[in-house]
Design a protein around this ligand. Structure first.
Ligand SMILES: NC(=O)c1ccc[n+]([C@@H]2O[C@H](COP(=O)([O-])OP(=O)(O)OC[C@H]3O[C@@H](n4cnc5c(N)ncnc54)[C@H](OP(=O)(O)O)[C@@H]3O)[C@@H](O)[C@H]2O)c1
Length: 592
């Protein structure tokens, strides 16, 4: 498996991507196929050796960090109840310093460190939930920590970060009054989380702001930043109040002295870490709040696993808003196969045999070509990475064929799938693409390639690769707006982009690339959310997949929506050649 491994403590670049053996789940453990790994400050402290220096956590090398992960149960060790292969789960890694974390394709965790994935979240969102939410939830509500109840007042320091973003929302959902600190750039964000009084620590006097807000002080100060960097929190507490400090390992000052000082003044200072024995129960409550829509997952920034070092540098800057997540693997295709596999096994009333190897997609060697307005992506089976060819208004089919032939020289292919950026009827383009040169309509691609060739609308090809059952609407947020619907395995390419939406303008005019440039990210995102909801309802889709170059500009996704990846175009092209009954059927696209 691929994993971000390091052999000594040090800077972020001590981590390197390597092939290592898949771990074996032991008694009471579960092996998870990881889709996404949430990034936490503690990952950076373990990697740098800070945790070891403070005798908080030492590790046995080689090691893989990553407290948070989301994925699918691959298999279980003995004595595991409640989870089965194929279950979607979130996990928080063991802290014994020997068990590896989530920056790897597989992680093994004790079953008590596992919870069913919140149903309303994507894998990427779910991956950032465990550590930050557990810390915030337990610190506020556990009796021996904050012990907070409805109507009480809390001051939350560090509200824009992972723990703080959850803390503000948990506090509001429990009927608390919330003051929260953050830097000037995050004031609007923290207000959007629901904080009643947002204090800009860069420009305001926090003590005065709290006295103005609540003359008697607050019941609890929740410090997520580190007491050495903050003004004196005890001065802001009401008599009998509590200072709840999350152990940061680096900026905690002299805890014993602070505790004594607090006691001397009639307060309590409590230093907290996650209570893992009660984490499963806490996570059940957190999941309920998320699935009920009362708490949102903070905005996430996604990076590939290869960029783990960059993610660590960002976290170490101390000013990340929301959460960072690493994409480890694409689970969709795997899920589809797994579900089909289980279904077949259940139907035949036989026991599901555990298999490590997925069955091959197709016996044929498919060359997939995804034609776009700015690039043509070519996926020959003999290469791991796609080849990118520059495209544009001068690109004609003849030029495309020449460039593709050069790109795949030396690679064998039996058949060709071509994703075409325009309407395709009965396997033939009926208009030339808007952003490319002329000559596409009527061109004989099969003759030019000398191989059986299937042509399909490019959005439909991505949809085919994204499909994981029931009814799915695919929206391609690129230069224009691509769309396709698959219902119970029947694919219907659509042309929704040019239907009227608002003020006599089309859907594309609101969420196409030109709208993004013209109206700005905020308004564009708002329109995307609205359009997704409208089209999902109108077409009665169970879920929506958003693909295309601009999908990555959405930090959060609308409900029941997943983010597509470029590789889905490749998968779709390969699926086109699967035998009938094993792939979604296209209603209007046939072999040339
Ligand atoms: N012991 C445990 O069990 C445990 C568990 C979870 C977390 N932690 C620790 O808790 C700390 C926070 O974790 P996290 O995941 O929330 O980190 P994070 O996501 O990196 O967030 C840090 C946030 O702190 C804010 N900040 C920096 N200086 C500040 C200041 N002077 N006043 C107010 N806000 C300030 C930043 O916002 P601005 O950009 O607005 O400044 C940033 O968003 C870390 O040290 C972590 O290791 C401990």
């Amino acid at each position: 498996m691929r994993a971000m491994v390091f052999d000594c403590y040090g800077d972020p670049d001590v981590m390197s991507l390597r092939d290592v053996p898949v771990p074996e789940p032991q008694d009471g453990e579960v092996l998870i196929r990881v889709g996404y790994a949430g990034v936490n400050p503690s990952d950076t402290k373990v990697r740098s050796g800070e945790s070891a220096r403070y005798r908080y956590r030492e590790v046995k090398f080689p090691f893989v960090v990553g407290r948070d992960g989301a994925g699918v149960v691959e298999r279980t060790g003995s004595n595991v109840n409640g989870f089965r292969p194929g279950d979607n789960v979130i996990a928080w890694s063991a802290t014994d310093g020997k068990t590896w974390g989530s920056y790897a394709e597989f992680m093994r965790v004790p079953v008590k460190n596992l919870s069913p994935m919140p149903k309303s979240l994507s894998f990427a969102q779910a991956a950032v939930v465990p550590v930050a939410s557990l810390t915030a939830f337990q610190a506020l509500f556990h009796a021996e920590k904050g012990g907070m109840i409805r109507g009480q007042k809390v001051l939350i320091h560090g509200a824009a970060g992972g723990v703080g973003s959850f803390a503000v929302q948990f506090a509001k959902s429990a009927g608390l009054l919330v003051a929260a600190t953050c830097g000037s750039q995050n004031v609007d964000y923290v207000r959007s989380l629901g904080a009643d009084r947002v204090i800009d620590y860069k420009t305001e006097d926090i003590g005065r702001a709290i006295r103005d807000w609540s003359a008697e002080g607050v019941d609890v100060v929740l410090d997520v930043v580190g007491s050495t960097t903050l003004p004196h929190s005890l001065d802001m507490l009401r008599p009998g109040g509590r200072l709840v400090s999350i152990l940061t390992v680096t900026a905690d000052g002299d805890i014993e002295r602070d505790r004594k000082e607090a006691e001397g003044r009639g307060f309590r200072k409590i230093t907290v870490i996650i209570d893992f024995e009660r984490a499963r129960d806490s996570m059940r409550e957190i999941t309920n709040l998320i699935d009920a829509g009362l708490v949102r997952v903070p905005p996430i920034e996604m990076l590939p696993l290869e960029d783990a070092a960059r993610a660590h540098q960002m976290i170490e800057s101390g000013h990340v808003r929301g959460k960072l997540v690493l994409k480890v693997a694409d689970l969709w295709f795997y899920l589809g196969l797994r579900q089909r596999h289980m279904l077949r096994a259940m139907n035949a009333n036989v026991k599901l045999r555990k298999s490590r190897q997925l069955p091959p997609e197709t016996a044929r060697n498919v060359l997939v070509i995804d034609v776009g307005g700015t690039h043509i992506k070519v996926y020959p089976m003999c290469r791991r990475e796609p080849v990118k060819i520059d495209s544009g208004p001068a690109m004609t089919p003849k030029k495309m064929i020449r460039a593709v032939r050069t790109a795949v020289e030396g690679c064998r292919y039996d058949v060709v799938s071509l994703g075409y950026p325009g309407p395709v009827v009965h396997g033939k383009p009926i208009h030339d693409p808007v952003n490319l040169g002329p000559g596409w309509v009527g061109f004989d691609f099969q003759k030019a390639f000398g191989r059986p060739t299937q042509i399909i609308n490019d959005a439909a090809m991505q949809a085919l690769g994204s499909y994981r059952g029931r009814s799915m609407l695919f929206l391609g947020l690129g230069t224009g707006l691509g769309s396709a619907l698959i219902v119970d395995g029947v694919l219907e390419p659509m042309e929704l982009a040019h239907l009227p939406y608002k003020d006599g303008k089309t859907f594309e005019a609101y969420i196409g690339d030109s709208a993004l440039k013209r109206r700005g990210q905020k308004k564009w995102t708002k329109s995307v959310f609205d359009v997704v909801a409208k089209l999902k309802n109108a077409l009665q889709a169970d879920y929506v997949v958003v693909g295309g170059g601009n999908a990555r500009r959405l930090t959060n996704l609308p409900p029941h929506t997943f983010r597509g990846t470029n590789e889905n175009a490749h998968k779709g092209g390969v699926r086109l050649w699967q035998p009938e009954g094993k792939r979604p059927r296209a209603t209007t696209s046939h072999a040339n």
